[in-house]
Design a protein around this ligand. Structure first.
Ligand code: 16G
Ligand code: ZN
Length: 537
C-alpha cells in the first residue's frame, strides 16, 4: 500500500542534513529555516497519516517561527478542531524527521502504519499556510512533495497567512454544513468578515474609540490587518506601524510583542509617534500573541499591559455579562495561567471570586485546561491566549429566555463575543479587538484598565547549563524535583525576600534553563533572580 516509489524520490530530493537532531517541541519544529526542508517533506507525510487516522478530517500545517529572527523557521501541525497536534503524536513527528536516510524513513513508516492502525483506503485532507519569512516558499515546496508522495487529495494552500487564521480554517473545514453556516466561511476572507461583523455589532452605540497604534512586528499581521482595518475604520481608527514585510531582516527586529515584553519599553518606531496616555499594542511575527502598553500621562513612564492584564480584563467583563444575563448560577468561568503569571494578577483574580488554575508553559496546556470550564479564559503573561466558550455554553446562551431587556442585551453580547474571539487558538488581532470592545463598554482608557492591580517587580533570566534535561519539574513547573535537593536551596533563598517567588524550568524552545523571580521591590526581584541563577549554573 505504501507508495514506496513516490516516497523514495521525494525523500531523495530532500535528504536529511547530517548531524542535526530535530525535536517536535512546545511550538513544533523550530530552527534555522534552511535546514528544515527534509523535515517539512516528512511533516507532509505525517499530516496525511494523521488525516487518514482521523477519517479524512482536515489537518493543518503552519510554517512559521513566530517571534524568532527572520532566518529561523518552523512548522507545526494543527488537529481537526483547530487545536495543537495531540501530544501523543509529537513523538512520531520527531521520529520521522530524524530518519537519516530514505531507506530508514521507509522502515519507520512501514512500522508506523500498523502501529497506528492506519486504514490506507481513507482519504486525506490537508490545509497549509506560512508567514512572511523568505525560507517559507522553499519549505512549502518540500511540504507539498511529502503530501503528493503520499497521494494527498488536493491539499489547500492558504499562502501567506497568520497562525490563528490557519487554525480557524482547519476548525471550519471540519464542521458539518449547518454548523459551518453559523461559524463562518472557512477562508481568509470569511475570517476577516466574521471578526469585522462581530466587532461592529459589539461596538454599536459606543462612541468611536481614539486611535489605536498597532505594531505589526513587520510580519504577517500587517498583511491581515491591511484587509481588516478598512472594514472597521469608522469605529476604530487603527494606526499600523512596523508593516514592512518586504525587507526580511526587519521581521521582529526592534519591534513586536517579544521585544516589548523583554525590554519593557516601546519599540523605537512606536516611541517616536506615541503620545502620553495613548494605547498601543504589539503583535508577534505570526500574529498569535499581543501585549498592550501606554505612557503614563503624568510622568511619561512606560506601562505594560501584558497577557495577565488582558486575562483579568476579559474575565471581569465576561463575568459581569454572565451576571447581567441572569446566568451566573449556570455558567462557570475559570482562568488558566502559567507560573509566569504575575503574583498580583493571580491574587486579584482570586479576590474577585474567579477560580484560577496554573498549568505548564505552552498554549496546548492552557487550552486543554480552559476547555474544562463553561467559559475558560487563558493567557500566558507573554500575550498568548484566548477565551473559550464550550459547546454547551453556546447552546445555553442560544436557548436562554431573557426576563428583561438588560438580560437580553447581555446574552447577545456574549454570543457576539463567541464570534469575535478565536475559539481555536489565541489570535493577536481578535484579542485586541476584544480588548477594544471591553474598554469601549467600560469607557476606560489604558489608565483605568491598569488600575486593577500593580504588577510585582519581576525578572526573567536565561541560564546556560550543561544539560537542561537534568532539570525536572512538577506542580505546573513551579517546583524542581531534580536535581535532587536544589528546590530546597531555592526555597531558602526565596524566603529571604518579601513577597518573594521564584522558579526554575528548562526551556522547551532553547537550550537553556529559565529562572523567574518576583518580589516586592525591583531591587529584590533582581537580587532574587541573580541568587537563584547562581545556584543553578
Ligand atoms: C512556545 C509556546 C509559548 C511559550 C513558549 C515558552 C506555543 C504556540 N508557543 O513558544 O506558548 O510561552 O514556547 O518558551 O505553545 P520556553 O519553553 O523556551 O520558555
Ligand atoms: Zn507567535
Amino acid at each position: 500500500q505504501l507508495p514506496v516509489h513516490a516516497l523514495s524520490s521525494a525523500s531523495d530530493k530532500y535528504p536529511k542534513p547530517q548531524g542535526v537532531a530535530f525535536t517536535y517541541g512546545t511550538a513544533g519544529f523550530r530552527t534555522k529555516g534552511d535546514t528544515l526542508e527534509s523535515t517539512l517533506s516528512r511533516i507532509g507525510i505525517l499530516a496525511v497519516l494523521r488525516s487518514k487516522k482521523l477519517n479524512g478530517q482536515t489537518i493543518g500545517v503552519m510554517i512559521t517561527a513566530s517571534h524568532n529572527p527572520a532566518i529561523d523557521n518552523g512548522a507545526k501541525l494543527v488537529d481537526p478542531r483547530g487545536e495543537m497536534l495531540d501530544a501523543s503524536w509529537e513523538h512520531y513527528a520527531t521520529l520521522l524527521a530524524n530518519a537519516e536516510t530514505t531507506s530508514e524513513l521507509l522502515k519507520v513508516l512501514t512500522g508506523l502504519i500498523p502501529e497506528l492502525k492506519i486504514d490506507w483506503t481513507k482519504p486525506s485532507r490537508v490545509v497549509f499556510g506560512r508567514d512572511t519569512r523568505p525560507s517559507g516558499e522553499a519549505l512549502v515546496k518540500a511540504l507539498k512533495a511529502g503530501l503528493e508522495a503520499m497521494g494527498c487529495d488536493a491539499p489547500m494552500d492558504m499562502g501567506i497567512t497568520t497562525t490563528p487564521c490557519l487554525h480557524y480554517m482547519v476548525k471550519g473545514s471540519n464542521l458539518k454544513q449547518e454548523a459551518q453556516i453559523k461559524y463562518g466561511v472557512p477562508s481568509e476572507q470569511g475570517y476577516v468578515q466574521k471578526l469585522a461583523t462581530a466587532f461592529t455589532k459589539l461596538m454599536k452605540g459606543k462612541t468611536p474609540a481614539s486611535p489605536l497604534i498597532v505594531d505589526c512586528a513587520n510580519g504577517v499581521g500587517a498583511v491581515a490587518l491591511a484587509k481588516l482595518a478598512p472594514l472597521i475604520s469608522d469605529i476604530l481608527p487603527i494606526r499600523l506601524l512596523c508593516t514592512n514585510t518586504s525587507d526580511a531582516s526587519a521581521l521582529n527586529h526592534s519591534c513586536g510583542a517579544d521585544y516589548v515584553k523583554t525590554n519593557q519599553k516601546p519599540p523605537p518606531a512606536v516611541q517616536e509617534v506615541m503620545e502620553k496616555g495613548q494605547r498601543a499594542c504589539s503583535l508577534d511575527g505570526d500574529a498569535d500573541r499581543v501585549v498592550y502598553y501606554y505612557l503614563n500621562p503624568d510622568d511619561g513612564k512606560f506601562r505594560l499591559l501584558d497577557g495577565d492584564k488582558i486575562a483579568t480584563l476579559a474575565a471581569g467583563f465576561i463575568g459581569d455579562l454572565v451576571k447581567q444575563a441572569g446566568l451566573s448560577d449556570t455558567l462557570k468561568i475559570g482562568v488558566v495561567q502559567t507560573a509566569y503569571a504575575n503574583g498580583s494578577s493571580t491574587q486579584y483574580l482570586q479576590h474577585n471570586g474567579l477560580p484560577v488554575r496554573c498549568v505548564p508553559t505552552g498554549v496546548k496546556h492552557l487550552h486543554h485546561a480552559a476547555e474544562r470550564y463553561n467559559i475558560g479564559v487563558y493567557f500566558e503573561a507573554n500575550g498568548h491566549g484566548t477565551v473559550l466558550f464550550s459547546e454547551e455554553t453556546i447552546d445555553i446562551l442560544n436557548a436562554h429566555e431573557p426576563r428583561s431587556p438588560g438580560q437580553e442585551t447581555a446574552t447577545q453580547h456574549l454570543l457576539c463575543l463567541v464570534d469575535l474571539i478565536n475559539q481555536a487558538v489565541g489570535d493577536a488581532i481578535s484579542d485586541f479587538l476584544m480588548v477594544e470592545v471591553i474598554l469601549a463598554h467600560k469607557r476606560w482608557g489604558p489608565v483605568e484598565w491598569d488600575q486593577g492591580y500593580e504588577d510585582l517587580p519581576n525578572r526573567l533570566v536565561k541560564v546556560n547549563v550543561k544539560n537542561r534535561f537534568a532539570f525536572k519539574t512538577q506542580d505546573a513547573e513551579r517546583r524542581l524535583v531534580e536535581p535532587k535537593g536544589l528546590q530546597e536551596r531555592v526555597d531558602a533563598i526565596v524566603n529571604k525576600f518579601e513577597k518573594g517567588r521564584s522558579f526554575v524550568r528548562p526551556s522547551g524552545t532553547e537550550d537553556c534553563v529559565r529562572v523567574y523571580a518576583e518580589a516586592s521591590t525591583r531591587v529584590g526581584a533582581d537580587e532574587l533572580a541573580a541568587q537563584v541563577a547562581t545556584l543553578v549554573s
